[in-house]
Design a protein around this ligand. Sequence first.
Ligand SMILES: Cc1cc2nc3c(=O)[nH]c(=O)nc-3n(C[C@H](O)[C@H](O)[C@H](O)COP(=O)(O)O)c2cc1C
Length: 184
Amino acid sequence: MNVEEAVLKRKSIRSYLEKAVPETDLTTIIEAGRWAPNAGEYTMSVIRDRGLLEKIDERTLQAMRASGNDFLMERASLPGYLPTYGAPVVILLSGPKDMAITQLNCAVVAENMLLQATELGLGSCFLRSPAYALNAPENIDLAREAGIPEGSQMECGAAIGYTDDEERFRRMERVPRGNVVYIG
Ligand SMILES: Cc1cc2nc3c(=O)[nH]c(=O)nc-3n(C[C@H](O)[C@H](O)[C@H](O)COP(=O)(O)O)c2cc1C
């Protein structure tokens, strides 16, 4: 698969099989993230511990329900909805709270990993929602357990695994987005 094919094929997968991601594939995905453009420190937490993922799901659901945001509250109320979608691997990206470009450093890493996962035949989903829980002061214990260093905050992440064709929480068809303005 070339880059163009991976870009077009990648889509957000919101239902995964229990099957583990092969170690070599995971290493390739992590390395793809580490070769992303970068302008500062960040941490990649590679989480496969089912108990920890369940805790992250549970507290993210609580945070989504209490958010006051209609979209988040509606998603959290869907029967069986899990913010990390039962993916066997979730990679969280965090960086210094006091650095304005932390979000950018983390986002480019995530996109590289999503594209690499696609090339390897794996499903993936860009994740922001666990940040609602992990960046809240009351969940500092969970953030530490998830490997987020003191002084850092979670910006985004990637769910990775084999796609469950049922795709229960699919949101919309893929379409190109954004306004393009040609000047000159
Ligand atoms: C900044 C950002 C935050 C996102 N957060 C989430 C999230 O928390 N959960 C989720 O399921 N999808 C999340 N997504 C994925 C988008 O919903 C998805 O990319 C969009 O609907 C387009 O669909 P596609 O990825 O299949 O092309 C996020 C995407 C971006 C760029």
